[in-house]
Ligand binder design. Structure first.
Ligand code: SF4
Length: 743
């Protein structure tokens, strides 16, 4: 007998509601939930393949423990005994920084991944934190931190109301959006055009998104910051800068004008390989549109000037008065955000509070660059102990970090490694203990991170669609037990971790004057919490203290877990609303338009005016049926056009003697790979493109389908030396490579 169950899709940032068909404990179908308040029935091929992803036979079903060099299946008790025995000695001998933590991108797609890693880091006290953010969006966090005083305050384009969208280095028709949560992003772009709005796409590739646009500019990779700086200069030169209602909240306009003065369209045109007149037109159109938003994503972040480009995106939104107004770019307000405190000066955002041991790279947002992970393990210095033990949670840095070969060797040299991962993959194969979380159908879902980036305020929660199979352990319990193991409390009831968080959070809330529970007894509040388990009680607490919450009775009719469970398709909280100055946490209490670290980096951008690549440069690409390295083991999501090929322009192919379909050798600073060529005018001349997340050909993995069609690891072309200096983000786009026919 089959039944249906609701489940929010965790397979990309769009967070669509799904209706699953379940037979026994197996998900046999998935379709869009037409009643979902946010996604309204939208589903993409990945979501429709939820059952195949969920039921992948290569998913690990029980923990693995290394014994005499070989991983064997073990009980949970044996696994956590081994974790405690492996980690504590390193901590006690070499100190907390000798234990590294790597958090992969799937952490933001699970309840446990949002709730427990901060506690794990707190328990360890390590500064050796590496995450997927530094091969992705760290520049945006840094620019938001510097502009707004809060690295998490990221404005999102008001897709449904804007009249004009300038979209840079993003391909939402394949990715469904990033740092902008919008189910059916493609449909929203089509609706923008249908209501007479204008869409401009800046991308070195003529992507599906570019083909939808009114105008596509095939810019030279890595030069977005120059283009954006020139647009800002045009706004100043031509008297088009108009901050409108933002003016009282912004400081540094005159200083900004002066700092950008020499980035004229004529000065940047050759570096960007764009026409100066077109750049002026872009700026004028942006200023003239009734409402407009500039939105940029990975292609603009993973470049040498990623933080400057991210900053300039918001600078343009500010100079045209489009920040924080309907139709522009606004700050979402998620239901689990902390109780909004009164507007006013904050502590600001600091960079470089500590540095990596080997290259002395500055931390950003508490993280060291993922590019530095291998050297932090394999290089001894007089400056403290190397990383000797590693905790990897949903992370596959052998594929996602630069120079996977070096990292592969480094991981093999560790004293101890534990992976929380459903697969034995290129990274977890090095672990001494692998702790597999259950498949998504057996886990609850709420989007803590993505609701704070959503184009509409809403809240949804789905309980597990299928009960935990016998022998499985919930991801929340796995992570709670890991926290206890590193804390020297191995064997303690894992519920103690959630109870501690509740105690601390409520204890703090009752002391905050702006809190709805100010002055109350935290024990009385804790007794009111509902939920079947610790994570649910924590969600209930966050909802009730949050901006829409019931304040534990202080605001009748407000949100709580019970209210959410009574609305299985979610609760719509309305369109994005202007919020300034409340989100600002800068020391001045205003938007600091020209922060010191940004001003200090502008000479490097000025030097880029004269830079031209000698030969070919590499960019990445996305495919609708793929997401990083996660899904290559699912037959329904591979094959067809989702292949690991090198896109090369016909002129370059002819010059190099490369034939369509023939193997080509691609060489970069970190190594070389051989991949089939796909000759296409979808990339501009001088640019080649390889997708990332491939390279499933290492021995010792358990990825049957992926290893049969492994593709190549594009990150092997990088040596990890190219970084955006402010954010530590790896440079993945615009990387110099040599291409030759493979004989
Ligand atoms: S767009 Fe993203 S969230 Fe929506 S169904 Fe596809 S993978 Fe899932």
């Amino acid at each position: 007998m089959s039944r249906t169950a609701l489940r929010i899709c965790p397979l990309c940032e769009a967070t669509c509601g799904l209706t699953l068909t379940v037979e026994g404990a197996r998900v046999t179908g998935a379709r869009g939930d037409r009643d979902d308040v946010f996604s309204k029935g939208f589903v993409c091929p990945k979501g429709a393949s939820f059952g195949a992803v969920d039921g992948d036979p290569d998913r690990l079903r029980s923990p693995l423990v290394r014994e005499n060099g070989t991983l064997r299946e073990a009980t949970w008790q044996e696994a956590f005994d081994a974790v405690a025995a492996g980690l504590r000695p390193v901590l006690e001998r070499d100190g907390p920084n000798a234990v590294g933590v790597v958090l992969g991108n799937p952490n933001v797609h699970t309840v446990a991944g949002a709730l427990y890693p901060p506690l794990l880091l707190g328990a360890l006290g390590t500064r050796s934190l590496f995450t997927a953010s530094t091969v992705d969006q760290m520049p945006k966090h840094v620019s938001s931190g510097l502009l707004f005083g809060d690295a998490g305050a990221i404005p999102v384009p008001d897709l449904d109301r804007t009249d004009h969208l300038l979209l840079i280095g993003a391909n939402p028709l394949e990715s469904n959006g990033s740092l902008c949560t919008a189910p059916d992003f493609p449909g929203r772009l089509k609706a923008l055009r249908a209501r007479g709005g204008r869409l401009t796409v800046v991308d070195p590739r003529r992507t599906r998104t570019a083909r939808l646009a009114d105008r596509h500019l095939a810019i030279r990779p890595g030069t977005d910051a120059l283009l954006l700086a020139a647009m800002a200069t045009v706004l100043f030169e031509e008297g088009l800068a108009d901050l409108k209602d933002l003016a009282p909240h912004v400081q540094g306009v005159a200083e900004l004008r002066q700092a950008l003065a020499d980035f004229t369209p004529e000065a940047v045109a050759a570096a960007c390989d764009l026409d100066a007149g077109v750049i002026r037109t872009l700026a004028r159109e942006l200023a003239a549109a009734p409402t407009a938003a500039v939105y940029a994503r990975i292609g603009s972040c993973t470049v040498p000037h990623g933080t400057l480009a991210s900053w300039l995106v918001d600078v343009l939104n500010i100079l045209t008065g489009n920040l924080d107004r309907p139709g522009g770019a606004l700050f979402p307000q998620a239901a689990t955000d902390r109780t909004p405190r009164p507007a006013g000066p904050g502590r600001g955002f600091a960079l470089g509070r500590w540095h990596s041991r080997v290259r002395h790279l500055p931390e950003a947002k508490g993280e060291l660059p993922l590019s530095a992970l291998a050297e932090e393990i394999d290089t001894a210095t007089a400056d403290g102990a190397p990383v000797r033990a590693l905790i990897a949670v949903a992370a596959n840095p052998v594929l996602s970090a630069p120079d996977g070969d070096r990292l592969d060797k480094a991981l093999g040299s560790l004293d101890f490694m534990v992976s929380v991962d459903p697969y034995l993959n290129e990274t977890s194969r090095h672990a001494h203990v692998v702790l597999p979380p259950p498949p998504p159908s057996q886990s609850p879902h709420h989007d803590f991170a993505f609701n704070a980036l959503a184009v509409r305020n809403q809240v949804r929660y789905t309980r597990p669609a299928v009960p935990l199979e016998p022998g499985r352990m919930a991801e929340s319990e796995i992570l709670a037990r890991l926290i206890l193991a590193v804390s020297g409390m191995h064997g303690t009831d894992p519920a103690a971790v959630d109870a501690m968080v509740v105690d601390q959070t409520l204890g703090r809330a009752v002391r905050e004057e702006h809190s709805p529970v100010y002055g109350r007894d935290p024990r009385e509040l804790a007794a009111q919490l509902t939920g079947d388990n610790g994570p649910e009680r924590r969600l209930d607490m966050m909802l009730r203290l949050g901006p829409y919450g019931d304040g534990f009775g202080a605001r009748p009719g407000g949100l709580s877990l019970a209210e959410l469970l009574a609305h299985p398709h979610g609760i719509d909280l309305g369109p994005l609303r202007p919020r300034l100055p409340q989100p600002l946490r800068t020391v001045s209490g205003r938007i600091e338009l020209l922060p010191g670290p940004i001003a200090g980096d502008l000479p490097r951008l000025r030097a880029a005016l004269a830079e031209r690549p000698d030969g070919l440069v590499l960019v990445g690409r996305r495919h609708l049926r793929s997401n990083n390295s996660w899904m290559h083991n699912v037959p329904a999501l591979t094959g067809g056009s989702n292949r690991c090929t090198l896109h090369i322009h016909p002129e370059d192919a002819a010059r190099l003697g490369v034939r369509d379909g023939a193997d080509v050798r691609v060489k970069g600073a970190g190594g070389e790979v051989v991949a089939p060529a796909e000759v296409t005018d979808g990339v501009r001349p001088g640019v080649v493109s390889l997708p990332h997340g491939w390279g499933h050909d290492r021995p010792g993995t358990r990825l049957g389908h992926a290893s049969a069609a492994p593709g190549v690891n594009v990150n092997q072309l990088l040596d990890g030396s190219l970084l955006d200096p402010l954010s530590g983000n790896a440079v993945l786009n615009g990387v110099p490579v040599q291409v030759s026919a493979s004989r």
